[in-house]
Design a protein around this ligand. Structure first.
Ligand code: PAF
Length: 282
């Protein structure tokens, strides 16, 4: 496994692999890797000949009051996990490589990025789409892998690739959960023991939504109201949103449509967590 911080070196290593007829898969990450990331690398390993993992804590996707400086940086452990999962190349650029002081370009997806996470975290998705465009431009993969946990992010990245004619297939991989259902996230390590227990109620809320979708005739706004009531009843959870939206457009659903996703965002103490679940109406 090669570990590289130079952008031009990374580009030429990947190009050489492609020139040797190897298909390239890329997994963009911010490090602090967990089993969710490992599953992305393993899926890429099965589908591609050459697997690139990027590790870059991207400053432009953090708001001024968010956790950029505290975000966990665990490079040695990350590299071990990448190696064990079968990655071929790790690109770990410094901030100055990704953002020259003179940079003036932002990649902005409009409608999809304005709601939900976009409304609660102004500028967040500009940072995400800009850095993902740059990382895909450096690594030129045939496929790129994202977790379903960041549901809105994968939709935005798909839209960006279509709009910018980037020749990359976006693969969205299933959420990996802890035994009690909590979705794996690098931010889970911020949780105290008590908060960790409270956080497991996110999964219970999604199970409630799934159950109501499959076993009742309730319309989506009523299911969303029950999700909200459930979350509000849990001590220590501050709800930011709990909605049922169209799984392609993220417009809030009023009818029991075929393409639906329950999405929620909460704060547990000072830690912000998101989760989601695709719904199938009976
Ligand atoms: O999901 C993440 O870890 C980040 O948003 C990403 C896609 C690596 C961009 O910095």
């Amino acid at each position: 496994m090669i570990v590289e911080s130079s952008l031009t070196e990374t580009r030429s290593i990947v190009r050489a692999a492609r020139q040797h007829g190897r298909s390239v898969g890329c997994i963009p990450t911010m490090g602090a890797l967990h089993q969710g990331h490992v599953s992305l690398i393993e899926i890429a390993r099965q589908q591609c000949d050459f697997v690139v993992v990027t590790i870059f804590v991207n400053p432009t996707q953090f708001g001024p009051n968010e956790d950029f400086t505290q975000y966990p940086r665990t490079l040695a452990a990350d590299l071990e996990m990448c190696h064990a999962a079968g990655a071929d190349l790790i690109f770990t650029p410094p901030v100055t490589t990704m953002y020259a002081g003179s940079a003036q370009t932002i990649v902005r997806v409009t409608k999809l990025a304005q709601v939900l996470e976009g409304a609660h975290r102004p500028g967040h998705f500009d940072g995400v789409s800009t850095v993902v465009a740059k990382l895909l431009n450096v690594t030129e993969p045939g496929r790129a892998y994202f977790g379903q946990k960041d549901f809105q992010q994968q939709l935005i990245v798909r839209q960006m690739c279509v709009d910018l004619d980037l020749p990359v297939e976006i693969i969205t991989c299933p959420i990996i959960r802890e035994a009690d259902g909590l979705a794996m996230s690098s931010r889970n390590r911020y949780l105290s023991v008590v908060e960790r227990k409270q956080a497991s109620q996110l999964f219970q809320t999604l199970k409630l939504a799934e159950n109501l979708a499959e076993n009742s005739a309730l319309p989506p706004p009523e299911i969303a109201r029950q999700m909200l009531d459930y979350l509000k009843s849990v001590d220590g959870i501050d709800v930011q949103y709990a909605v049922i939206a169209d799984a392609l457009t993220l417009e809030l659903l009023t009818d029991r449509s075929n393409s639906a996703v329950a999405l929620l965002a909460v704060k547990v103490g000072s830690t912000r967590l998101i989760d989601n679940q695709i719904l199938r109406f009976r």
